[in-house]
Design a protein around this ligand. Structure first.
Ligand code: DP6
Length: 421
């Protein structure tokens, strides 16, 4: 190792996307290794709109491992962080930076400490799978810093030990988490199905639902579901294996009708299993149910499905539209039913890819008030509006996997001190 008195800092910055499951993971067969009771499939979301950026640094000057999340120091003592750190350290290799005169040997890594700073470009508390992007980015950036030679599949098995869904964030496009059979979890890894260009017509709108309910950790509810629900066993053994085959085929063929049928059915079955848990857990709320009925009504009236919906362990809706035209029509319907509160400005109500609101000719809040009711509402009762039930919408699309960021200006740690900027 270079002279200890030289207080050098070596850093790596990476960006990792989040993902949303279209065939859900729910239930573990091993809690410590995080091994699932069924395969799952997800779509990776465009990191331009939802991602985690992480800078990891090593220096002989650091006397303990430390981490900051969105600027606030958090503890790394939890088992999940410790498992990821241990597994990555065990695979570290020699690192040399000739310009800086740094030489770290494989053995040195056992005694060197790291600093980690992580930042989500979306609200962490919004219930948008921030742990998936977070653990994937932690593992990916540490692997690069420590010159770990393993491919993203092997890294996914380490990220999985941070949070199950994190393993799917090691790739872009559509990704399958193969549950595996081995007791040590070595074959429980993510596998890329198709990249983000394969089905590039898809447009994704996330409705972040206002909710006063405190988030319940999905980990403990998952355990209760496995312990008390008969439906979850039937789902894992009989339903999901067939759906995985059908879903892979629908994705390969860009068959939107089958994709929608499977995605909606799987989300609904996951929430049914939550209801079948003792005590039952309700992740969706009235707003979530209203979004489902709006989409179901529209899909039915069109004859061919225009949009698929899926909900994770919270009330937010992830809506996948077949193309840009359908996405614009969907946004029109959503804005009609869920106009913002009067104090909200349009710019913060529809975020992400804002070009979609231009497509529907909406320039300010007044234009939302003037939207006509969707034609499929033929009832005599006037179409219902639920002002203020949605916090905001994020317009996005399928996106790419993790990348390294070479621009030092984007690093979250100071290059001289290794402390947050
Ligand atoms: C509903 O991956 O957050 O989002 O493995 O305990 O960390 P842990 O759980 P987590 O669960 C995600 C569940 C889900 C479905 C999915 O992403 O497949």
């Amino acid at each position: 190792m270079a002279d200890e008195s030289q207080k050098w800092v070596l850093m790596v910055t990476a960006q990792t996307p989040t993902n949303i499951a279209v065939i859900k993971y729910w239930g573990k067969r091993d809690e410590n290794l995080i091994l699932a009771i069924n395969d799952s499939i997800s779509v990776t979301l465009d990191p331009a709109h939802l991602c985690t950026t992480t800078t990891v640094a090593v220096s002989p000057a650091f006397n303990q491992d430390r981490m900051w999340l969105n600027g606030k120091e958090i503890s790394l003592s939890g088992g999940r962080y410790q498992n990821c750190l241990r597994e990555i350290r065990a695979r570290a290799n020699d690192v040399e930076d000739e310009k800086k005169g740094i030489k770290i040997t494989k053995k040195d890594w056992e005694n060197l400490h790291v600093h980690v700073a992580s930042y989500n470009n979306f609200p962490t508390a919004a219930g948008l799978a921030s742990s998936a992007a977070g653990f994937a980015c932690l593992v990916y950036s540490l692997a690069k810093l420590m010159n770990v030679q393993e491919d993203n599949g092997r890294l996914s098995a380490i990220a999985r030990q941070g949070s199950g869904s994190a393993c799917r964030s090691l790739y872009g496009g559509f990704v399958k988490w193969v549950m595996g059979k081995e007791e040590n979890g070595s074959d429980s890894i993510a596998v890329p199905l198709v990249d983000e260009k394969h089905w590039d017509e898809l447009v994704i709108i996330i409705a972040v639902v206002c909710s006063r309910q405190k988030e319940t950790s999905s980990t403990s509810v998952m355990r209760e579901t496995v312990e008390t629900s008969a439906l979850i066993e039937h789902r894992a053994k009989e339903v999901v294996p067939k759906r995985i085959i059908q879903m892979e085929e629908a994705i390969q063929k860009c068959d939107f009708a089958t994709f929608t049928h499977l995605t909606c059915a799987d989300s609904n079955q996951f929430h049914a299993a939550c209801l079948d848990t003792s005590p039952p857990i309700f992740y969706m709320n009235d707003t979530s149910h209203r979004i489902i009925s709006c989409v179901e009504k529209w899909n039915r009236s069109e004859g061919t499905p225009q949009v698929a919906y899926t909900f994770d362990a919270g009330p937010n809706a992830v809506l996948i539209a077949r193309n840009r035209t359908s996405a614009a029509l969907l946004l029109q319907r959503l804005l009609f039913h869920f106009p913002p509160n009067s104090e909200t400005d349009l710019n913060s109500y529809v975020i992400g890819d804002k070009s979609l609101i231009e497509d529907i000719g909406i320039q300010d809040i007044k234009d939302i008030e003037a939207l006509p009711p969707p034609p499929e509402i033929k009832d005599k009762v006037p179409a219902q509006k639920y002002k203020g039930e949605i916090s905001y919408f994020i317009c996005t699309r399928p996106g790419r996997g993790p990348v390294l960021i070479s621009d030092d200006n984007q690093a979250l740690l100071h290059p001289d001190t290794g402390l947050p900027k």
